[in-house]
Design a protein. Structure first.
Length: 205
């Protein structure tokens, strides 16, 4: 909704739906974890729904933080507390940014996923310097250097026990959200690489 209002100049559309959008944000406010900042989700509930990704994920919290920042900048009527948004972003950095210089998928977990790391660059969540640092980390990671290049979701594979039984045994797609290549991630990879080229990043192609 935020992107539509910004890019289509649809502020009237936004204003007509302001109360509904406020209720959407309020829904997430009710799903913070023990720290009162990070969104905590139930298992099998984000787009990687074949894996038990319960708790706080980088993907969900990135989108939430980016939405808060964008809504606050566009519509002061939402009265979003900038101090809370800044605290959330600091918490995201502390919990998810890892020693591989990319964001981990889950709190206290070694898995890294392509989706959130690409979106952190594509959505303008990071400034240009941090975006280039993250892009460098991605290029050094297993996410970029897989057998067929970037486009698969997660590294390393999720534990077999954490995968949905329907995907494992009925659909026989146990690698659905770790080793399967996704066209939208391939496209997003290309988009981010072009952006990094324009920023002057070496070897972005």
């Amino acid at each position: 909704a935020l992107q539509y209002a910004q890019h289509q100049g649809a502020l009237d559309w936004w204003k007509q739906r302001r109360d509904k959008i406020k209720r959407v944000l309020a829904f997430y406010d009710r799903h913070t974890g023990a720290d009162g900042l990070l969104i905590a989700q139930p298992p099998f509930s984000d787009w990687q729904d074949s894996a038990d990704r319960r708790g706080s994920t980088f993907y969900t919290n990135l989108l939430y933080a980016r939405a808060l920042r964008g809504v606050a900048a566009m519509d002061p009527g939402f009265a979003i507390d900038p101090a809370r948004t800044e605290a959330l972003e600091r918490r995201i950095e502390a919990v998810f940014f890892g020693e591989q210089h990319v964001y981990r998928s889950l709190a206290d977990d070694r898995h890294i996923s392509l989706d959130g790391n690409l979106l952190a660059i594509d959505l303008g969540y990071l400034d240009d310097v941090r975006a280039q640092q993250l892009f460098y980390g991605l290029r050094q990671s297993t996410l970029w250097n897989g057998p067929a290049g970037p486009g698969f979701v997660t590294s390393p594979d999720y534990p077999w026990r954490s995968k949905d039984w329907v995907m494992k045994y009925l659909a026989t797609l146990g690698a659905y959200h770790d080793r399967l290549y996704w066209s939208w991630l391939l496209a997003l990879t290309a988009k981010v690489a072009v952006k990094m080229t324009r920023l002057g990043h070496r070897d972005a192609q």
